[in-house]
Design a protein around this ligand. Structure first.
Ligand SMILES: Nc1ncnc2c1ncn2[C@@H]1O[C@H](COP(=O)(O)OP(=O)(O)OP(=O)(O)O)[C@@H](O)[C@H]1O
Length: 270
Protein backbone atom coordinates (compact mmCIF):
# COMPACT_ATOMS: atom_id res chain seq x y z
CA UNK A 1 0.00 0.00 0.00
CA UNK A 2 1.09 3.56 -0.70
CA UNK A 3 0.08 6.13 1.88
CA UNK A 4 0.30 9.90 1.73
CA UNK A 5 0.31 11.19 5.29
CA UNK A 6 -0.50 14.86 5.52
CA UNK A 7 1.96 15.84 2.83
CA UNK A 8 2.47 19.20 1.17
CA UNK A 9 4.83 20.71 -1.38
CA UNK A 10 5.85 24.32 -1.77
CA UNK A 11 8.48 24.85 -4.46
CA UNK A 12 11.51 27.11 -4.02
CA UNK A 13 9.78 29.98 -5.84
CA UNK A 14 6.93 29.92 -3.29
CA UNK A 15 4.38 28.04 -5.45
CA UNK A 16 2.26 25.81 -3.25
CA UNK A 17 1.57 22.82 -5.51
CA UNK A 18 0.02 20.69 -2.76
CA UNK A 19 -1.34 22.03 0.53
CA UNK A 20 -2.19 19.15 2.83
CA UNK A 21 -2.94 15.78 1.29
CA UNK A 22 -3.67 12.42 2.90
CA UNK A 23 -4.75 9.25 1.11
CA UNK A 24 -4.20 5.50 1.01
CA UNK A 25 -3.67 3.73 -2.32
CA UNK A 26 -4.42 0.02 -1.91
CA UNK A 27 -1.98 -2.48 -3.40
CA UNK A 28 -2.74 -4.18 -6.70
CA UNK A 29 -5.29 -1.57 -7.71
CA UNK A 30 -5.23 1.46 -9.97
CA UNK A 31 -5.62 4.89 -8.40
CA UNK A 32 -6.17 7.76 -10.82
CA UNK A 33 -5.47 11.40 -9.97
CA UNK A 34 -7.64 13.56 -12.17
CA UNK A 35 -8.03 17.33 -12.25
CA UNK A 36 -7.39 20.46 -14.24
CA UNK A 37 -3.96 21.66 -15.25
CA UNK A 38 -1.82 22.77 -12.33
CA UNK A 39 -3.86 21.14 -9.56
CA UNK A 40 -0.85 19.15 -8.34
CA UNK A 41 -1.32 15.73 -9.97
CA UNK A 42 2.22 15.35 -11.27
CA UNK A 43 3.68 16.64 -8.01
CA UNK A 44 1.71 14.01 -6.08
CA UNK A 45 2.80 11.28 -8.46
CA UNK A 46 6.47 12.24 -8.32
CA UNK A 47 6.45 12.18 -4.54
CA UNK A 48 6.03 8.38 -4.72
CA UNK A 49 9.47 7.83 -6.29
CA UNK A 50 11.11 10.89 -4.73
CA UNK A 51 11.52 12.82 -7.93
CA UNK A 52 9.90 15.43 -5.69
CA UNK A 53 10.39 15.42 -1.93
CA UNK A 54 7.52 16.82 0.17
CA UNK A 55 7.95 20.05 2.16
CA UNK A 56 6.07 18.41 5.00
CA UNK A 57 4.46 15.06 5.77
CA UNK A 58 5.40 11.55 4.72
CA UNK A 59 4.86 9.10 1.92
CA UNK A 60 4.91 5.47 3.04
CA UNK A 61 5.21 2.35 0.94
CA UNK A 62 4.19 -0.76 2.83
CA UNK A 63 4.48 1.22 6.08
CA UNK A 64 8.06 2.40 5.41
CA UNK A 65 8.64 6.15 5.14
CA UNK A 66 10.33 6.50 1.76
CA UNK A 67 12.40 9.45 3.04
CA UNK A 68 14.47 6.80 4.83
CA UNK A 69 15.17 4.90 1.62
CA UNK A 70 17.99 5.41 -0.82
CA UNK A 71 16.64 7.72 -3.53
CA UNK A 72 18.28 6.03 -6.52
CA UNK A 73 17.40 2.55 -5.36
CA UNK A 74 13.82 3.57 -4.66
CA UNK A 75 13.46 5.17 -8.09
CA UNK A 76 14.78 2.09 -9.85
CA UNK A 77 12.36 -0.13 -7.96
CA UNK A 78 9.34 1.79 -9.28
CA UNK A 79 8.17 1.85 -12.91
CA UNK A 80 7.65 5.29 -14.44
CA UNK A 81 5.87 6.03 -17.69
CA UNK A 82 5.73 9.62 -18.80
CA UNK A 83 3.87 11.68 -21.34
CA UNK A 84 5.16 11.26 -24.91
CA UNK A 85 7.05 8.16 -23.76
CA UNK A 86 10.29 10.07 -23.04
CA UNK A 87 12.43 7.64 -25.01
CA UNK A 88 16.12 8.25 -25.69
CA UNK A 89 16.16 9.25 -29.39
CA UNK A 90 19.62 7.89 -30.20
CA UNK A 91 19.01 4.47 -28.71
CA UNK A 92 17.15 1.66 -30.44
CA UNK A 93 13.81 0.57 -29.02
CA UNK A 94 15.29 -2.59 -27.54
CA UNK A 95 18.08 -0.65 -25.84
CA UNK A 96 15.67 1.95 -24.45
CA UNK A 97 13.87 -0.89 -22.67
CA UNK A 98 16.93 -2.97 -21.78
CA UNK A 99 18.66 0.04 -20.22
CA UNK A 100 16.41 -0.14 -17.15
CA UNK A 101 17.54 -3.74 -16.59
CA UNK A 102 21.19 -2.79 -17.07
CA UNK A 103 20.80 -0.06 -14.45
CA UNK A 104 19.58 -2.73 -12.06
CA UNK A 105 22.70 -4.78 -12.71
CA UNK A 106 21.48 -7.32 -15.30
CA UNK A 107 23.94 -8.65 -17.88
CA UNK A 108 23.61 -7.44 -21.46
CA UNK A 109 22.03 -10.69 -22.61
CA UNK A 110 19.69 -10.96 -19.65
CA UNK A 111 18.58 -7.33 -20.18
CA UNK A 112 17.92 -7.82 -23.89
CA UNK A 113 16.07 -11.10 -23.42
CA UNK A 114 13.83 -9.54 -20.82
CA UNK A 115 13.32 -6.44 -23.00
CA UNK A 116 12.17 -8.63 -25.92
CA UNK A 117 9.79 -10.45 -23.61
CA UNK A 118 8.20 -7.29 -22.27
CA UNK A 119 7.92 -5.68 -25.73
CA UNK A 120 5.85 -8.69 -26.68
CA UNK A 121 3.76 -8.32 -23.50
CA UNK A 122 2.79 -4.78 -24.49
CA UNK A 123 1.85 -5.91 -27.98
CA UNK A 124 4.81 -4.65 -30.02
CA UNK A 125 6.02 -6.69 -32.94
CA UNK A 126 9.59 -7.89 -32.50
CA UNK A 127 10.48 -6.45 -35.91
CA UNK A 128 10.26 -2.99 -34.34
CA UNK A 129 12.83 -3.68 -31.65
CA UNK A 130 15.79 -2.48 -33.71
CA UNK A 131 14.20 0.76 -34.84
CA UNK A 132 14.87 4.16 -33.33
CA UNK A 133 11.99 5.85 -31.51
CA UNK A 134 11.42 8.39 -34.31
CA UNK A 135 10.70 5.48 -36.66
CA UNK A 136 7.65 4.47 -34.61
CA UNK A 137 4.14 5.91 -34.47
CA UNK A 138 3.08 7.82 -31.36
CA UNK A 139 1.06 4.85 -30.13
CA UNK A 140 3.97 2.46 -30.66
CA UNK A 141 6.31 4.83 -28.82
CA UNK A 142 3.88 4.90 -25.95
CA UNK A 143 3.85 1.10 -25.83
CA UNK A 144 7.64 1.18 -25.62
CA UNK A 145 7.27 3.65 -22.74
CA UNK A 146 4.98 1.18 -20.95
CA UNK A 147 7.41 -1.67 -21.68
CA UNK A 148 10.22 0.38 -20.18
CA UNK A 149 8.12 0.99 -17.06
CA UNK A 150 7.40 -2.72 -16.69
CA UNK A 151 10.70 -4.31 -17.70
CA UNK A 152 12.09 -4.65 -14.18
CA UNK A 153 8.76 -6.07 -12.97
CA UNK A 154 8.21 -3.37 -10.35
CA UNK A 155 5.35 -3.65 -7.85
CA UNK A 156 4.44 -0.03 -8.44
CA UNK A 157 3.93 1.66 -11.79
CA UNK A 158 3.60 5.46 -12.03
CA UNK A 159 1.97 6.75 -15.20
CA UNK A 160 1.91 10.49 -15.91
CA UNK A 161 -0.59 11.27 -18.68
CA UNK A 162 0.89 8.41 -20.69
CA UNK A 163 -1.74 8.52 -23.42
CA UNK A 164 -2.17 12.28 -23.57
CA UNK A 165 -0.36 12.84 -26.84
CA UNK A 166 -1.97 10.21 -29.09
CA UNK A 167 -5.14 10.39 -31.18
CA UNK A 168 -8.44 9.17 -29.69
CA UNK A 169 -8.51 5.81 -31.49
CA UNK A 170 -4.98 4.85 -30.48
CA UNK A 171 -5.75 6.15 -27.02
CA UNK A 172 -8.72 3.78 -26.74
CA UNK A 173 -6.48 0.91 -27.82
CA UNK A 174 -3.80 1.77 -25.29
CA UNK A 175 -6.37 2.10 -22.52
CA UNK A 176 -7.80 -1.34 -23.30
CA UNK A 177 -4.28 -2.73 -23.42
CA UNK A 178 -3.52 -1.30 -20.00
CA UNK A 179 -6.69 -2.88 -18.58
CA UNK A 180 -5.58 -6.22 -20.01
CA UNK A 181 -2.07 -5.81 -18.63
CA UNK A 182 -3.41 -4.90 -15.22
CA UNK A 183 -5.57 -8.04 -15.15
CA UNK A 184 -2.45 -10.08 -15.95
CA UNK A 185 0.20 -8.28 -13.94
CA UNK A 186 -1.66 -7.02 -10.87
CA UNK A 187 0.49 -3.95 -10.21
CA UNK A 188 -0.19 -1.02 -7.94
CA UNK A 189 -0.73 1.70 -10.52
CA UNK A 190 -0.85 5.43 -9.92
CA UNK A 191 -2.15 7.15 -13.04
CA UNK A 192 -2.43 10.87 -13.77
CA UNK A 193 -4.82 12.32 -16.32
CA UNK A 194 -6.98 15.37 -16.89
CA UNK A 195 -9.52 13.24 -18.77
CA UNK A 196 -12.38 12.10 -16.53
CA UNK A 197 -13.52 9.39 -18.97
CA UNK A 198 -10.04 7.88 -18.87
CA UNK A 199 -10.08 8.13 -15.07
CA UNK A 200 -13.43 6.31 -14.80
CA UNK A 201 -12.36 3.65 -17.28
CA UNK A 202 -9.02 2.81 -15.68
CA UNK A 203 -9.41 3.67 -12.01
CA UNK A 204 -10.44 1.38 -9.19
CA UNK A 205 -10.06 4.46 -7.03
CA UNK A 206 -10.53 7.88 -8.63
CA UNK A 207 -9.30 11.03 -6.90
CA UNK A 208 -10.79 14.25 -8.24
CA UNK A 209 -8.51 17.13 -7.34
CA UNK A 210 -8.92 20.86 -7.03
CA UNK A 211 -6.08 23.37 -7.02
CA UNK A 212 -3.40 22.75 -4.41
CA UNK A 213 -4.06 19.00 -4.44
CA UNK A 214 -7.28 19.45 -2.49
CA UNK A 215 -9.45 16.33 -2.76
CA UNK A 216 -12.88 17.20 -4.15
CA UNK A 217 -13.93 13.54 -4.02
CA UNK A 218 -12.36 10.13 -3.81
CA UNK A 219 -14.10 6.84 -4.53
CA UNK A 220 -14.86 4.21 -7.12
CA UNK A 221 -16.18 5.49 -10.46
CA UNK A 222 -19.61 4.06 -9.64
CA UNK A 223 -19.73 5.75 -6.24
CA UNK A 224 -18.67 9.11 -7.65
CA UNK A 225 -21.22 8.87 -10.46
CA UNK A 226 -23.96 7.84 -8.06
CA UNK A 227 -23.21 10.47 -5.45
CA UNK A 228 -21.08 13.32 -6.69
CA UNK A 229 -19.86 15.34 -3.72
CA UNK A 230 -21.14 18.75 -4.68
CA UNK A 231 -21.31 21.10 -7.63
CA UNK A 232 -17.59 21.12 -8.43
CA UNK A 233 -17.60 17.35 -8.96
CA UNK A 234 -20.94 17.38 -10.79
CA UNK A 235 -19.58 19.93 -13.18
CA UNK A 236 -16.16 18.28 -13.53
CA UNK A 237 -17.63 14.91 -14.41
CA UNK A 238 -20.08 16.51 -16.82
CA UNK A 239 -23.27 15.36 -15.08
CA UNK A 240 -24.63 18.89 -15.34
CA UNK A 241 -24.22 18.75 -19.13
CA UNK A 242 -25.82 15.34 -19.50
CA UNK A 243 -23.11 13.91 -21.74
CA UNK A 244 -21.37 11.39 -19.52
CA UNK A 245 -20.14 8.22 -21.17
CA UNK A 246 -21.07 6.43 -17.97
CA UNK A 247 -24.16 7.24 -15.97
CA UNK A 248 -26.36 5.69 -13.31
CA UNK A 249 -29.85 4.36 -14.04
CA UNK A 250 -32.58 2.74 -11.96
CA UNK A 251 -33.60 -0.62 -13.47
CA UNK A 252 -35.92 -3.10 -11.77
CA UNK A 253 -35.34 -1.41 -8.44
CA UNK A 254 -31.51 -1.58 -8.66
CA UNK A 255 -29.15 1.26 -9.42
CA UNK A 256 -26.82 0.25 -12.22
CA UNK A 257 -23.98 1.89 -14.06
CA UNK A 258 -24.65 2.12 -17.78
CA UNK A 259 -22.20 2.96 -20.56
CA UNK A 260 -22.83 5.23 -23.53
CA UNK A 261 -24.32 2.38 -25.58
CA UNK A 262 -26.85 1.60 -22.85
CA UNK A 263 -25.02 -1.53 -21.72
CA UNK A 264 -24.98 -2.21 -17.97
CA UNK A 265 -21.39 -2.26 -16.68
CA UNK A 266 -22.04 -2.72 -12.97
CA UNK A 267 -24.55 -2.71 -10.15
CA UNK A 268 -24.15 -0.27 -7.29
CA UNK A 269 -24.02 -1.81 -3.85
CA UNK A 270 -26.93 -0.86 -1.62
N1 LIG B 1 9.59 22.75 -10.13
C1 LIG B 1 8.60 23.61 -9.92
N2 LIG B 1 8.85 24.86 -9.47
C2 LIG B 1 7.84 25.72 -9.23
N3 LIG B 1 6.53 25.44 -9.40
C3 LIG B 1 6.22 24.23 -9.85
C4 LIG B 1 7.22 23.24 -10.14
N4 LIG B 1 6.60 22.11 -10.56
C5 LIG B 1 5.29 22.39 -10.55
N5 LIG B 1 5.04 23.65 -10.13
C6 LIG B 1 3.75 24.30 -9.94
O1 LIG B 1 3.00 23.53 -9.02
C7 LIG B 1 1.63 23.47 -9.41
C8 LIG B 1 1.20 22.02 -9.59
O2 LIG B 1 1.93 21.48 -10.67
P1 LIG B 1 1.72 19.99 -11.20
O3 LIG B 1 2.65 19.81 -12.35
O4 LIG B 1 1.82 19.07 -10.07
O5 LIG B 1 0.22 20.05 -11.70
P2 LIG B 1 -0.58 19.08 -12.66
O6 LIG B 1 -1.92 18.95 -12.06
O7 LIG B 1 0.20 17.84 -12.89
O8 LIG B 1 -0.66 19.94 -13.98
P3 LIG B 1 -0.64 19.50 -15.53
O9 LIG B 1 -1.90 18.74 -15.77
O10 LIG B 1 -0.62 20.82 -16.24
O11 LIG B 1 0.60 18.68 -15.73
C9 LIG B 1 1.52 24.32 -10.66
O12 LIG B 1 1.13 25.61 -10.28
C10 LIG B 1 2.92 24.32 -11.21
O13 LIG B 1 3.17 25.48 -11.96
Amino acid sequence: MIEYRSIGKTFADGTEAVGDFSLQLPSRTTTVFVGSSGCGKTTLLRMVNRMVDPSHGQVLIDDVDIATRNKVELRRSIGYVMQEAGLLPHRRVIDNVALMMRLKGASKKEARDRAHEVLETVGLDSSLANRYPAQLSGGQQQRVGVARGLVTDPNILLMDEPFGAVDPIVRDELQQELLRLQRELDKTIVFVTHDIDEAFLLGDQVVILKKGGEIAQVGSPADILAEPAGDFVRSFIGLDKGHRKLHVEERNGSRIVVDETGKATGVLSE
